[in-house]
Design a protein around this ligand. Structure first.
Ligand code: NDP
Length: 482
């Protein structure tokens, strides 16, 4: 859930894991990271500094220019879509042909109410994250050898937030349910301000008080360090994790709340809610609830396990995700669409099929690692490759690569499910405008980019074991396609 564009450039020359050549059974520490069992103190702390993998430590001037461009272009595109929807019924070309275009149509003026609502939202989510109970889950071992604990209370926080929103608006009438749609411009300004402050703060923190200095990566370029981040897992104290909080809470929790608010705004505008808006809410809600229901699994995905924390993840989670991932709801507010029953059923089926694929694939990988390969996949014993790799502290660890089930079809067949679901979410907006199709275009670029990053990283990490996997499973995304 992040901006990928220069990741490739920066990852291209990444330093590697040390390859190890013998194959043995799985490392208990690796297993514990998957199952969430607490590691011992010696396991969870790196003994030596200087990890050998991760992002490149030096980048070229072209990388710096790309980072500067993205630092400016990504917020501009968020504001452009705001202008298109707020003033031109979501026509992307609207601002270009407007003879009376003024700055305030693209960059809305900040308001005190917008700022207060936004700060209240952040504080509320921060308190829920810090104080709601939850079991402790563990991420992947970091390049320097840390095995970090995370509090898994996202589903609790999502539920409380949505109950409070529905109760406070529909039942008590303290605020209108359309509040987010009504304050869209001022909230966009406030979120951008926070996204930039967060990125700068993360940069300064990495220099002066990093949480895990051995996992920091300095590129030698200030714009690249701000954009891609320096610290791997910045934290306040032992548990308040920047990545988990910003991605999950003001980011993903906002997603479904925004959808509900735009549905309410559609009702206010027309006196009804279209079945397309309802379907969008259903599909997004399945995706988001699934994310929180499986939050422990998320701790071992690429966002947490491989990306550093800077503008790319920080601003991306705070602005890009809630703004750009909900564009279909903005579109349907301005362009209400009624779907035929057959088309509704088809798109629902397509979305559920996509969801089923991504959930099952992700589950297969998680279970196989949690059980050390002692499980069945599609009715047969899991086919696994036992691997070794070394972290920067010199310690050797083991892991498993699954080579059957969905992971026997292609390296990232889970992405096919995501792409199917995303396509259904776009198709329900009809074909009159390109804007609602931003999401599938974005997801395709993001996931293809992820495949290339993951391939490089896994090749470096697993060496001959990755070659072995490639021999068994040559396809990256989908058999006979790519
Ligand atoms: P994955 O959770 O699929 O993780 C990829 C990693 O899994 C690899 O880097 C490797 O790391 C490990 N791996 C690779 N091959 C195998 C194998 N054969 N057996 C076991 N482990 C393997 O990737 P993501 O984090 O990108 O995606 C997680 C989910 O989130 C997906 O469903 C994706 O569609 C979704 N997603 C959604 C986004 C959105 O914006 N809506 C954005 C990105 C992802 P290692 O061995 O080190 O564990």
């Amino acid at each position: 859930m992040s901006i990928p564009a220069v990741g490739n450039l920066l990852d291209a020359s990444c330093a590697t894991y040390v390859q190890v050549v013998t194959t043995t059974s799985a490392d208990p520490a690796a297993s514990s990271s998957s199952s969430g069992v607490a590691p011992s103190k010696s396991e969870s702390k790196s003994k030596a500094a200087g990890s050998q993998w991760g992002r490149a430590e030096a980048v070229s001037w072209a990388n710096s220019l790309a980072c500067i461009f993205l630092l400016a272009a990504t917020p501009t595109s968020a504001f452009w879509t705001y202008a298109a929807c707020a003033h031109y019924k979501c026509a992307l070309s609207g601002p270009i042909y407007d003879e009376h275009l003024t700055w305030d149509k693209v960059f809305p003026a900040p308001t005190l109410k917008g700022a207060l609502v936004y700060v209240g939202w952040l504080v509320f989510q921060g308190l829920l994250y810090a104080f709601l109970p939850g079991k402790i889950g563990y991420g992947q071992r970091t390049p320097a050898g840390y095995l970090l604990p995370y509090k898994v209370n996202g589903l609790f926080a999502w539920t409380i937030t949505h109950v409070a929103f529905v109760f406070g608006s529909f039942y008590l009438g303290i605020f209108p349910a359309s509040i987010i749609a009504d304050l869209w411009g001022p909230l966009l300004i406030a979120a951008n301000a926070y996204g930039y402050i967060l990125s700068i703060f993360s940069y300064v923190k990495a220099w002066y008080f990093p949480s895990h200095p051995e996992d920091c990566k300095f590129s030698g370029s200030i714009p690249c360090d701000i954009f891609m981040g320096i610290e791997f897992n910045p934290r306040f104290g032992e548990m308040w994790d920047f990545k988990q909080f910003h991605n999950g809470r003001p980011g993903i929790i906002a997603w479904t709340l925004i959808d509900i608010s735009f549905a309410a705004a559609q009702y206010n505008e027309y006196g009804y809610v279209t079945n397309s808006m309802i379907l969008l809410n259903i599909l997004h809600m399945i995706y988001v609830v699934d994310f929180f229901y499986n939050e422990d699994w998320y701790l071992r995905t690429i966002d947490i396990a491989h990306d550093h924390f800077g503008f790319y993840l920080g601003w991306g989670d705070i602005v890009w995700l809630p703004w750009m991932y909900t564009l279909q709801a903005h579109y349907l507010l301005r362009n209400p669409i009624s779907l035929s029953t057959a088309w509704f059923a088809f798109l629902l089926g397509m979305g559920l099929l996509g969801y089923g694929i991504l959930r099952s694939a992700n589950h297969q990988k998680d279970v196989v690692r949690r059980t050390d390969g002692q499980c069945a996949v599609w009715g047969k014993p899991a086919r696994v490759i036992r691997t070794k790799y070394t972290t920067g502290d010199g310690e050797v660890h083991t892991s498993l690569l699954l080579a059957s089930g969905f992971w026997g079809l292609a390296h990232q067949f889970n992405y096919v499910g995501d792409l199917l679901l995303s396509t259904a979410e776009c198709l329900l907006c009809g074909a009159a405008h390109p804007l609602p199709y931003f999401y599938i275009a974005w997801m395709t670029a993001l996931l293809l980019h992820r495949i290339s990053r993951s391939e490089k990283r896994c090749q470096a990490k697993y060496g001959k074991y990755w070659d072995e996997y490639n021999k068994i499973v040559p396809w990256k995304l989908c058999p006979y396609v790519y």
